[in-house]
Design a protein around this ligand. Structure first.
Ligand code: MN
Length: 503
């Protein structure tokens, strides 16, 4: 997958005013540069941070926001009120701004210089109240932003900025995302539907359909050389079962699967889509329901939703972007069946075929098994267990009548105690926080879907940042959740999101 942070920038706006004189303002620039350089050098923050000239007037502030809005590389703005920057100067700039905002409340020094501190020092290092003045105008204008407090030498401070930078990059990626739908939603299914116009209005994501005939045309014209290259990758990367090997009685199915992969990949590249859906009800002349092809596309950073589920396709892509470079992975997931043994309650998640191999560090098996659904030839798929991981997340997006709601659950992926020798699909076994009973009760009461994006790379804080940027309801189920409080929060949210725009 291409590095989504490449060429992306956060712009660092430092606010002050002319009141302090040249000498003090030079010190402001020096301190700003020191902090900006430290953030830029932090391994936790995956994008470049660019210091802009100190902002001291209403005109300069407005111009700076116009410049940021126009700049494609700028995915967000970090704001720090060094000294004191009277906040009315910021109103016009803030109201034209279109980029995610992070307000930094920091200062140059760690410790108060107890023996030498005088009024000059106090006047230079007064962002403790300068940032409060700025906080007021942001709240007064009802502007969503992240606030991070602390010193750049503190690793938690840079980590929090890094998580926000990932969310801001995800927001930018979603605003440029094309989701390709091959076929419609599975007939009569409710939760995978939704308002595509509202999705584009809210997230910028473009969701459109292409005929399966266009895909099958690319599959038919895949060259022997292209197919052979993919077959070679299969043998290099997976434990291929004997019946799929040359001379095996199902070897042709492996070649058919590789042909589908070549066609699907080139089709998506041609239309510029980085997420895709399909449906077993509309496969045209495809010989198999795409299994390994989808699994490998996901591993390369594509989003995927099954049965026409374009919202989950977008979420999986978002998880891929925000988690880039962090160990772990992301995949379409479906709560399939439970283990209800007391003390060992767990969800076994899987899908018909399409679980992403980034969830495992082991070498997957490549297998072929019968699939009754879809009335096609048996599909080739990768089979594995997801790695154990504490603090993984399942995230889903549902469309209510007037808006979207994001629901997330912190889950601990565990190793199955048993081998599951007859289960022919990749799977993950997890224990949801705070318990299977409470988590599932809340999930169901929230109306959250049966498809989710499972991520073992990104944590809830990154998603919370994303939801804040998107001004999206974010209902999190974690170790502190009780169903009573969760229901109450949903009710409050229902009222809040009705009136939010009016406040
Ligand atoms: Mn499904």
């Amino acid at each position: 997958m291409k590095n989504p942070f490449e060429n992306k920038e956060l712009w660092f706006f430092v606010g002050s005013q002319d009141l302090y004189g040249t000498e003090t303002l030079q010190k402001v620039v020096g301190q700003s540069k020191k902090i900006c350089d430290a953030l830029d050098a932090s391994a936790d923050i995956p994008v470049k941070i660019i210091l802009k000239p100190t902002l001291k007037s209403q005109e300069a502030i407005l111009q700076a926001f116009h410049d940021a809005n126009r700049n494609e590389n700028c995915i967000g703005i970090i704001l720090w009120m060094h000294t004191f920057s009277p906040a009315k100067m910021w109103i016009r700039g803030l109201t034209v701004n279109t980029k995610p905002l992070l307000q930094l409340n920091t200062q140059s020094n760690v410790e108060i210089p107890w023996d030498s501190i005088d009024m000059d020092f106090m006047n230079l290092n007064q962002s403790a109240h300068g940032d409060r003045e700025f906080g007021y105008i942001m709240t007064r204008l009802n502007i969503a932003r992240k606030v991070v407090v602390g010193h750049y030498s503190n690793l938690q401070f840079t980590a929090r900025i890094g998580k926000w930078a990932r969310a801001a990059t995800g927001w930018d990626a979603l605003n440029h995302l094309k989701v390709c739908r091959i076929g419609d939603n599975m007939r009569d299914v409710a939760v995978t539907e939704g308002d595509k116009i509202e999705a584009e209005n809210k997230f910028g994501v473009r969701v459109n359909t292409w005929s399966v005939n266009e895909l099958t045309a690319r599959v038919k014209t895949a060259s022997d050389k292209q197919i052979q290259a993919v077959v070679d990758e299969y043998f290099n990367n997976y434990n291929v079962v004997p019946e799929l090997c040359p001379g095996g009685k199902k070897h042709q199915s492996l070649i058919d699967a590789a042909r589908i992969e070549v066609g699907l990949r080139s089709f998506l590249e041609e239309i510029g889509a980085e997420a895709v859906t399909d449906t077993f009800e509309d496969l045209g002349d495809l010989k198999q329901l795409p299994g390994v092809a989808i699994q490998r596309l996901m591993a390369d950073g594509y989003g995927f939703g099954a049965e026409g589920d374009w919202k989950t396709a977008a979420l999986v892509r978002l998880a891929k972007v925000m988690g880039y470079g962090i160990p772990g992975g992301a995949s379409l997931m479906e709560d399939y069946t439970y283990n209800l043994v007391q003390g060992k309650e767990a969800v076994l998640g899987a899908h018909m075929l399409e679980i992403c191999p980034t969830l495992t560090s082991a070498k997957p098996n490549m297998e072929i098994h019968q699939l009754g659904i879809g009335k096609k030839s048996d599909p080739v798929r990768l089979v594995f267990n997801a790695d154990a991981k504490e603090g993984a997340l399942v995230v889903t997006l549902l469309h209510l009548r007037d808006r979207f709601r994001m629901v997330a659950n912190i889950v601990n992926v565990i190793r199955p105690e048993h081998d599951l020798p007859k289960l022919p699909v990749a799977r993950a076994l997890w224990q949801p926080e705070p318990s299977l009973e409470v988590s599932t009760e809340c999930w169901i009461l929230a109306g959250a879907g049966h498809h989710s994006a499972m991520t073992t790379a990104t944590d809830y804080e990154i998603w919370e940042n994303f939801a804040r940027i998107a001004q999206l309801e974010f209902a999190i189920i974690d170790k502190n959740t009780t169903s009573r409080d969760f229901c109450q929060t949903l009710k409050f949210n229902q009222a809040y999101y009705k009136f939010d725009k009016g406040f």
